[in-house]
Design a protein around this ligand. Structure first.
Ligand code: NAD
Length: 356
């Protein structure tokens, strides 16, 4: 097949990890004789510096004509002052909204070889296999904002239709997995959460009766996630709760650098990115973990290109690289040698095998 992939590497470690994601994506495509056209486009802080805005018109145009977007990360202290007029994050939020990618899937699987890389006990995290479905284009991040020197306000709103469509994505996913869904809200305090709970209950009862539904308050969910993570299958939640809880969930897997994500809308085009940020504290040193980006490339093949076998080959190569001990600095114990971003990418490339 032929496909066009927009590559938005962004800032900080974004370009470093995306380079490995692209190398692995290209190698798998070659292995299966697909033709990928890769289109690098300016985005984030780098685009503010070069073109005066975080999501330039040329980038948006390029993204719209692509089959999928592979994204790195954006942001950094140079664009984050409290009086900053243009912020990289504004470009990311606009990109998600423009492409209508309302469903953010964040799988968290604990690799057996990495049980010791987590700060949590091995017996608690062994066998964890869950997926967060985070609502991505609504809620407080997209509400009206106001700030003056004496006060500030961020509005949070959700419509029943926005909740219904994300719950359907989560319901379908749960149906294809272990048929359990946890819906997370703060319905003891927030009106948006009360609507969330009511709509979720209704959609699940009517359309996914075979899926076991539990409702959790977000504070309790934060606790249960590290107390009994194996009990979870699919979790669905609103934008900000999902943002926070998935960083917590990344610690189950061992590092923020391991987790991929897929942001999907109504069509096939999606945005694929590791869940971490631009990590300015380690940028430019060649030590960032690229597995989140490489696994995002696998999700891109599965969800936007419909290439399941190819995605599985790439995921298996990552698992094999980890099993062989190819660990970046965030995954080793203090004092142990670590591999570089490039070496980790190479470890995956050298283990790509076509299925028998
Ligand atoms: P971060 O995710 O960039 O980093 C948090 C910590 O995790 C840091 O110590 C970092 O070194 C480490 N880390 C992250 N990714 C890693 C990787 N691949 N390998 C090894 N270690 C890794 O979060 P932050 O420091 O709070 O934010 C930095 C910037 O990133 C901010 O400007 C923020 O707005 C932006 N950000 C962007 C995105 C995105 O692009 N989607 C997401 C979150 C934060």
């Amino acid at each position: 097949m032929r496909a066009r992939i927009a590559v938005l590497a962004g800032d900080g470690i974004g370009p470093e990890v995306t380079e490995e994601g692209v190398r692995c994506l290209t190698a798998v495509a070659t292995l299966f004789q697909h033709e990928l056209e890769l289109c690098p486009l300016a985005f984030g802080g780098a685009a503010i510096d070069s073109e005066g805005e975080p999501l330039p018109a040329t980038t948006l145009q390029g993204v719209r004509s692509a089959d999928a977007v592979l994204l790195g990360a954006i942001g950094g202290p140079q664009w984050s002052g409290s009086d900053a007029r243009l912020r990289p994050e504004a470009g990311l939020l606009r990109l998600r909204r423009e492409l209508g990618t309302f469903a953010n899937l964040r799988p968290v699987r604990v690799h057996p070889q990495l049980l010791d890389a987590s700060t949590l006990k091995a017996e608690v995290i062994s066998g964890v296999d869950l997926v967060f479905v985070r609502e991505l284009t609504g809620g407080i991040y997209f509400g009206e904002k106001h700030r003056d020197s004496a006060s500030a306000r961020d509005e949070c709103s959700y419509s029943a239709a926005e909740i219904e469509r994300i719950v359907r994505v989560a319901g379908q996913l749960a149906r294809s997995r272990r048929r359990r869904l946890a819906s997370i809200d703060k319905s003891n305090v927030l009106e948006t959460s009360r609507l969330w709970r009511e709509v979720t209950q209704r959609v699940m009862e009517r359309e996914f009766a075979e899926v076991r539904l539990e409702h959790l308050l977000v504070d309790a969910a934060a606790m249960h996630l590290i107390r009994r993570p194996r009990d979870f299958d699919v979790l669905v939640t609103e934008n900000m709760f999902g943002d926070i809880l998935t960083d917590e969930a990344s610690m189950l897997a061992g590092s923020l650098g391991l987790l991929p994500s897929a942001s999907l809308g109504e069509g096939r085009r999606g945005i694929y990115e590791p869940i971490h940020g631009s990590a300015p504290d380690i940028a430019g040193r060649g030590i960032a973990n690229p597995y989140g980006s490489i696994l995002s490339a696998a999700l891109l093949m599965r969800h936007s290109l419909g290439l399941e076998a190819e995605a599985a080959v790439l995921e298996q190569a990552v698992a094999d690289a980890l099993t062989a001990g190819a660990r970046t600095a965030d995954l080793v114990r203090p004092g142990e040698p670590a591999c570089s971003t490039r070496e980790a990418g190479q470890a995956v490339l050298s283990r790509l095998r076509p299925p028998e």
